[in-house]
Write a protein that binds this ligand. Structure first.
Ligand code: SF4
Length: 349
């Protein structure tokens, strides 16, 4: 189902808008210096929406100063205390996320909706498997897909009663299959854009894979308007992982894609440090381009020809390719430098 368009500050999601990549700061929001530093790092990495945890009045107060220092739209993440949502909106936040599992009595949610309406701000109904309302857990026993969907449905009733349509929905669980099922059902039933993610996905490697599995299925099936890859790692890594997933599926074309061979007995070069070095140097490029790093001259040249730039390594020597053609042959210790000279000669970064 095509989704309604929701504007979060300068960023629009839903409709035909690109799938936005977002992350969350891991600082105490009231520590404005650290929070602004982290948000600037996220902006540099291409993060399009940033969420902040608002756990007390000092955090809510800090929003004004943070907003003045950054460009990216800011989302206030609210649990338990609806008054913090009101305060965050008054302080200039671009969107509020509330958790219907812990916001409490209906009238509190109504207060939040009324204020958002006055200020023309969107709200995300952020259902989380770990904090479903008590009676929902009682009914379903486990936080399975049906429990997530019912929690979303109930909140939406309150939003429709107040004729509020500036809604984004999420229904995250740590269980990948449950989460996929819940999002698919929600996407079929409701016209609101979806924020998708696997919650508590884990540390960098595991979390990126679990998110890739869950988000990959959803995005491939057209479900999802903004993504967050939740990792127990620096937030910038979440943004890198988010773009990797979207680039892999051909849904965005942001930054370089690195292709490298898995290595086998034919390799005549220690490829791992070469790949690490290429990956490190690629971080400063914003252009969408495919870079291939291959370990031998058997399959290497064939694969490299499909990329925009690349290297195929031989014994002590390697070939550098640009747009499918071998253009230089250099000694192994000059390969990476030469690759980047060629890239820089051919692109506007
Ligand atoms: S490119 Fe060469 S070294 Fe790498 S996996 Fe293929 S055959 Fe092996």
């Amino acid at each position: 189902m095509k989704k309604l368009v929701v504007a979060i500050g300068s960023v629009k999601i839903g409709g035909d808008y690109p799938i936005a990549v977002q992350s969350m700061t891991k600082t105490k929001t009231r520590d404005t210096k650290a929070t602004i530093r982290q948000i600037r790092g996220l902006e540099k990495a291409g993060c399009e929406l940033v969420r902040l945890a608002i756990v007390n009045r000092d955090d809510a107060r800090a929003i004004r100063k943070i907003k003045a220092a950054v460009k990216v739209p800011i989302i206030a993440d609210i649990h338990f205390d609806y008054r913090l949502a009101l305060q965050a909106m008054d302080a200039g936040v671009d969107k509020v996320r509330i958790n219907p599992g812990n916001i409490g009595a209906e009238w509190k949610l109504e207060e939040v909706i009324k204020r958002a309406k006055e200020r023309h701000l969107p709200i995300r109904i952020g259902v989380n498997a770990g904090s479903l309302p008590g009676d929902v857990i009682k009914k379903y026993h486990h936080p399975d897909a049906a429990a997530l969907v019912e929690t979303v449905e109930r909140s939406l009733e309150i939003f429709s009663r107040l004729d509020f349509k500036d809604v984004v929905i999420s229904a995250k669980g740590a269980d990948v299959r449950n989460t996929i099922e819940a999002y698919q059902t929600i996407s079929n039933r409701f016209p609101y854009p979806l924020h998708i993610g696997i919650t508590e996905a884990g540390p960098l490697f595991t979390g990126a894979l679990r998110s890739g599995a869950g988000l990959g299925v959803l995005l491939y099936n057209g479900v999802g308007d903004t993504i967050r890859v939740s990792l127990t790692a620096e937030p910038v890594k979440e943004v890198i992982a988010g773009y990797e997933i979207l680039n892999a599926l051909g849904l965005r074309r942001v930054g370089p894609i690195l292709i490298s061979c898995p290595l086998c007995g034919r390799a005549e070069v220690n490829l791992m440090p070469v790949v690490r070095e290429v990956q490190k140097r690629l971080r400063r490029y914003k252009n969408f381009m495919k870079i291939a790093v291959m370990g031998c001259i058997v399959n290497g040249p064939g694969e490299v020809r499909e990329a925009d730039f690349g290297i195929a390594c031989g014994k002590g020597i390697g070939a550098v390719f640009s747009k499918g053609k071998e253009i230089r042959r250099v000694k192994e210790d000059r390969l990476v430098d030469t690759l980047f000279e060629v890239i820089d000669e051919n692109i506007d970064n």
